[in-house]
Design a protein around this ligand. Structure first.
Ligand SMILES: Cc1cc2nc3c(=O)[nH]c(=O)nc-3n(C[C@H](O)[C@H](O)[C@H](O)COP(=O)(O)OP(=O)(O)OC[C@H]3O[C@@H](n4cnc5c(N)ncnc54)[C@H](O)[C@@H]3O)c2cc1C
Length: 449
């Protein structure tokens, strides 16, 4: 009997899910996972709770030693530095080669580094890993003042964490309100009031031009306006980039990430990619998209694992991956945010670009959308609900605060439920929009459950 070797680079959500699937389908196969982090598989989203002291390190670990043992997963701590796809070899940093039959790249994504002068100084932080989280806690406790740059979820989480650790915290925003690519003015105002309530200051229309250092450490920043601020920490969250360096020089189809087909297979049949590093086909937009989310990484990893077993056994890949509707939940300064599908800040009838949220300010990917689209909303100053309609269906929703409708809206969007009967009521003029949606939900749920 031939024993196949499955090699997985990356010990995160995608890599681990693939390994689990491979073990289910091929009990005798050899599975090796390589990681350049000194940890067992842990929850990356959980590090945002770790810096708030809400979750200890031990609870972040999602798969313990016994799991690796019982599933016969060989975990190799080391950095992969080169691939030879022709020879089916992976080279570790120390030159050691590892041979494989089928390879999965599940290398994730990394924060875009700052480019301003002084970005190399001790105290300039990004936020990708558990080690980063430990640095945030340590430096946040020591710092009198921290400056955070960036407009997305990660910047908000960093500001919240640094404030929680005791640093006076200042959030710099490029625009004139919070997250203008995603929120409308009232939604920005709701989030802004929560941020200020947490004791975090915000400076709008500002950018760092230079980080000033003293003995190799951050001592302050200079801003575009000419203002100088003394601080000991500068946290940067201006976007993330898929880790594709290993294939940069190789003849593999790539764009922002590694381009894969519906089987998570790259243009080289024995190389698969899943998770943040993969760019998958999105039938919602008709384009290949990055999908920088934890549940997506798990689903892609599982699909890749199944197909890797097929390919190792000389068969065609059998499991068709279908990317779900974009869905993201976050807790920002005690305020729940859910974004489903595609939402736009543009006014009613003026929507030519719909956006959907992934992580960070640069992860609000826009997609051309030509169908005539319109929005309806319900806001009371503390909570906000916005839906985007196209051709009798809800295609996007944004909920801030009250989450009662999050699940119904997700189902409506994912299952492309025809709500044309309600169309005249799903408008901004309807002061009872939530009640109308609940009514539609009850009717639909009764019929289909
Ligand atoms: C602070 C933070 C909060 C988040 N919160 C949420 C959230 O609330 N909801 C949500 O859906 N998503 C969230 N995400 C995104 C989510 O964590 C990612 O989408 C998910 O972890 C991607 O999984 P992955 O397996 O593709 O990559 P990763 O989890 O990034 O794993 C990549 C692995 O590859 C390894 N690796 C990379 N290069 C090499 C190499 N050359 N050699 C060896 N090993 C290598 C790394 O060590 C790591 O083990 C958050 C991310 C961060 C950073």
């Amino acid at each position: 009997m031939t024993i196949y070797h499955y090699l997985i680079i990356g010990n995160g959500a995608a890599g681990m899910s693939a390994a689990e699937m491979i073990r289910q389908r091929d009990p005798s196969g050899r599975i090796t996972i390589v990681t350049n982090e000194p940890y067992l598989c842990y929850s990356r989203p959980g590090i945002a709770y770790y810096i708030m002291d809400q979750v200890p390190e031990s609870q972040l670990i999602t798969r313990g030693d016994s799991f690796y043992r019982s599933h016969r997963l060989k975990l190799h701590f080391g950095q992969v530095s080169r691939l030879d796809l022709e020879a089916k070899l992976v080279f570790l940093e120390d030159g050691q080669p590892l041979a494989y039959d089928v390879l999965l790249l599940a290398t994730g994504a990394t924060a875009v580094p700052a480019t301003f002068p002084g970005a190399h100084l001790e105290g300039v932080l990004t936020f990708d890993t558990l080690d980063d989280a430990k640095r945030v806690v340590k430096q946040g406790r020591r710092a009198k003042t921290a400056v955070v740059v960036g407009g997305g979820i990660t910047a908000m989480e960093l500001a919240e964490g640094l404030r929680h650790q005791g640093a006076r915290t200042l959030l710099l925003q490029r625009g004139d309100r919070i997250w203008p690519r995603l929120f409308d003015e009232q939604e920005s105002a709701i989030v802004e009031s929560q941020i200020r309530h947490e004791g975090i200051s915000i400076l709008y229309n500002e950018e760092i031009t230079e980080v000033v250092g003293k003995r190799g450490k951050v001592a302050g920043v200079r801003l575009k306006s000419g203002r100088a601020i003394k601080c000991q920490v500068v946290a940067v969250a201006i976007g993330v980039r898929p880790n594709i360096h290993l294939v940069e020089e190789l003849a593999i189809q790539k764009d922002k990430g590694i381009l894969v087909n519906d089987f998570l297979q790259s243009s080289q049949p024995s190389l698969f990619a899943a998770g943040d590093v993969a760019q998958v086909y999105d039938h919602w937009t008709g384009q290949h998209q990055l999908d920088i989310l934890w549940p997506s990484a798990i689903n892609e990893g599982r699909a890749a694992g199944i197909n890797m077993v097929d390919v190792a056994h000389g068969k065609s890949p059998s499991f068709n991956y279908h990317k779900g509707s974009p869905f993201n939940c976050a807790l920002l300064f005690g305020l729940h945010l859910t974004v489903i599908g595609r939402v736009s800040t543009k006014a009613d009838g003026d929507v030519d670009q719909l956006q959907y949220l992934s992580r960070g300010s640069s992860h609000v990917w826009t997609a051309p959308f030509t169908t005539s689209t319109r929005s309806a909303w319900d806001k009371d100053g503390l909570n906000s609900l916005r839906i985007v309609m196209a051709e009798g269906q809800i295609v996007g929703a944004l909920l801030l605060g009250n989450q009662e409708l999050a699940d119904p809206l997700r189902r409506f969007i994912e299952q492309e439920v025809d709500l044309s009967n309600y169309e005249t009521q799903l408008t901004p003029a309807n002061t009872k929009l939530p009640q109308t949606l609940l009514q539609a939900w009850r009717v639909w749920n009764q019929r289909w459950s």
